[in-house]
Design a protein around this ligand. Structure first.
Ligand code: FA5
Length: 342
């Protein structure tokens, strides 16, 4: 700078160099704080450009207005550039802040793995839903039963050959042979009739136990669902109708059912019931029949007034059929990759 040279040319030259220095300082400021810090040196009363004003008085009077304008324009240019840079830096800081605080609401996370109901439980619940929709209620009975409820009340006298169908697991409780793991859900029929007055429309799902060797269609622990209807004027036709309604509701419209003569000591007449698939093949599902009058009687139901039907079938085998499972044992090995298919 040529400070002290008393002519307009030198002043103009100083003004240019002060302006350039100020613009460079503005450009160098990296953020709003740095820019604000240099403002007094560039535009304040003690700034070099302001200092040049004090030299105006030493110029020739004719040169003063032009020199004064030039100085004012230089200050205005610095001020304008300062404001522009301030806006730029503020915008950059705002962008950086937004970026740092950004929430990506589109980000996807794998949901945490949640468990699922076992396929047998799913099947049991679906069966309950179907029967509830048909007007039945759900009953329960104990898995550890008395010999009387499991056999005696159901017309299996001690030593009756029909008991041989059930390889029974006895429990070491009470007198020998008096307590057992129930071999079927039919004892729940007895308990329901003993405790509730007819009319009765009841299903009873649950676990059963037999000394069966595990194979593709047998397990020592399995599930059955029992049905019991007791009302006035119930006939075999009502049984066939109930089985058919259930078959279509559970399997779908392409399926139908039939009853085949059979024998159970607690029903008379007795029938196996089969379900026909849409491809025409038949599958045996369970046993059924009209509740034997002596069973009604022993449970305190007057067989002269009331009649009824009962049925019972395997839930595990039904699940096999519905989900195309080949081997019952797969349901018990707890292989998660197998079970999570259902
Ligand atoms: C009975 O248990 C009779 N209580 C059914 C009944 C109820 C008849 C009401 C009349 C009136 P059964 O022993 O056939 O019947 O067994 C019925 C079903 O249980 C079988 O068709 C089969 O699906 C299932 N089941 C029997 N044993 C096993 C087993 N070890 N593993 C898997 N399922 C079995």
């Amino acid at each position: 700078m040529s400070a002290g040279v008393p002519d307009a040319v030198a002043l103009a030259a100083d003004a240019r160099s002060c302006t350039e220095a100020a613009l460079a300082a503005i450009a160098d400021a990296a953020d709003v704080a740095a820019l604000a810090a240099v403002r007094p040196e560039l535009l304040g009363k003690g700034s070099p450009l302001s200092g040049l004003r004090r030299r105006l008085g030493s110029l020739a009077p004719a040169a003063r207005p032009a020199a004064g304008r030039a100085l004012s324009e230089a200050l205005a240019a610095v001020e304008a550039r300062y404001t522009e840079r301030l806006d730029e830096l503020r915008a950059a800081e705002r962008r950086a802040q937004l970026e740092a605080e950004r929430l990506d609401l589109t980000e996807l996370h794998e949901p945490p793995p949640v468990g699922r109901l076992h396929v047998i439980t799913q099947t049991q619940r679906r069966l309950e839903d179907v029967f509830c929709a048909m007007g039945y209620t759900v009953a329960e009975g104990p898995e550890i039963e008395t010999e009387w409820h499991n056999f005696g009340a159901l017309n299996f006298p001690p030593g009756h050959p029909a008991r041989d169908m059930y390889d029974t697991l006895y429990v070491d409780h009470g007198s020998p042979g008096s307590t057992l793991l129930r071999t079927h859900t039919s004892p729940v029929q007895v308990r329901v009739m003993q405790t509730r007055p007819p009319p009765l429309y009841v299903v009873a799902p649950g676990r059963c136990y037999r000394q069966d060797t595990a194979d593709a269609t047998h397990m020592p622990v399995f599930h059955q669902i029992e049905g019991l209807v007791v009302d006035e004027g119930i006939t075999l036709g009502d049984l066939a109708g109930a089985i058919e309604t259930f078959t279509t509701a559970y399997f779908g419209p392409g399926f139908t059912s039939r009853l085949r003569p059979s024998y159970f000591p607690f029903t008379e007449p007795s029938a196996e019931f089969d379900v026909q698939r849409p491809d025409g093949t038949w599958l045996e599902l369970g046993g059924s029949g009209m509740v034997h009058p002596s069973v009604l009687e022993v449970c305190g139901v007057d067989p002269e007034r009331w009649s009824g039907f009962a049925f019972g079938f395997g839930i595990d085998r039904l699940a096999m059929l519905r989900y195309g499972i080949d081997d019952l044992r797969d349901l018990w090995t707890n292989d998660v990759s197998f079970l999570e298919q259902f």
